[in-house]
Design a protein around this ligand. Structure first.
Ligand code: PEP
Ligand code: MN
Length: 260
């Protein structure tokens, strides 16, 4: 399999993806985007509008109306935007709205029927897709999700490493099991791998160290959750950081030459 990069870029530096866990209001989506765009650092703006929550009763996303807010982000800031899709309807809505890059969440990658449904909905469409690892530490299931999309003709594919569920004492929200993304790279040598430090850490104070570890392993990028008022976030409050904290984190990291 030959994968193409998810974004056209000339600089040899890591792909930086940032934005809130969830789109909450138009103002929150635009304010976060403006602050990130004014720094000129990020390549792609993320915001979840369909949120698959582990348990019922939590905020499940604003849904399709949030697509219009992401469209405004594009128009106003020029940033490219990405959101999570979890079924065929999400795909059709996102394509109609001009979303630049799609991602498949960890709770979707575990289900081959759903990944296949998404792949079939994308047949004949040339759009970049990022596939998060499944919640469980299963390299083959992650590879299988990527292969389903590839077989449907999607070749601008990246893998997002967001860590793996673990029952017991750990300082991580999702344990990284670094050997799994390393093994993914062994199987798919030219796939871009993005580290989602936010969902690995689940807290703010370890975000930089995990992102740095990914860079030291020559991952291709970092995806981080950024919110203007993290403590008030409607989802994943404990792990989100402000745009200023994000900029400070990136500033103090070192990026090896080899990162794409
Ligand atoms: C997210 O990116 O906000 C998300 C729901 O992540 P994951 O699928 O990795 O849990
Ligand atoms: Mn999140």
């Amino acid at each position: 399999m030959t994968f193409r990069p998810i974004l056209e870029r000339t600089e040899k530096r890591p792909i930086l993806i940032a934005g809130p866990c969830s789109a909450e209001t138009e103002e929150q989506v635009l304010q976060t985007a403006r602050e990130l765009a004014s720094d000129g650092r990020i390549d792609l703006y993320r915001a979840g509008i369909w949120k698959p929550r582990t348990r019922p009763g939590e905020f499940e996303g604003v849904g399709a109306p949030g697509l219009a807010w992401l469209k405004k982000v594009k128009e106003e800031t020029g940033l490219k935007v990405t959101t999570e899709v979890g079924n065929r309807e999400h795909v059709f809505e996102a394509l109609k709205a001009g979303i630049d890059v799609l991602w498949i969440g960890a709770r979707t990658t575990v289900n081959p029927f759903t990944v296949q449904e998404i792949a079939d909905a994308l047949r004949g469409v040339d759009i970049p897709v990022m596939v998060k690892n499944p919640v469980n530490p299963d390299l083959k299931l992650w590879m299988g999700g990527i292969e389903r999309l590839y077989k449907a003709g999607i070749t601008r594919l990246a893998a997002i490493h967001r860590g793996f569920s673990f029952h017991g004492e750990t300082s991580y929200r999702n344990v990284p099991h670094w050997q799994i993304p390393i093994d993914l790279r062994r199987n798919f040598p030219d796939i871009q791998i993005i580290c989602d430090n936010s969902h690995i850490c689940g807290r703010r104070d370890t975000l930089q160290e995990v992102a740095q570890k990914a860079m030291d392993l020559n991952f291709d990028g970092i995806m981080t959750e950024v919110h203007p008022t993290p403590d008030q976030a409607w989802s994943d409050a404990a792990q989100q950081i402000t745009p200023a904290q994000y900029n400070a984190m990136i500033e103090s990291m070192s990026f090896p030459e080899a990162n794409s």
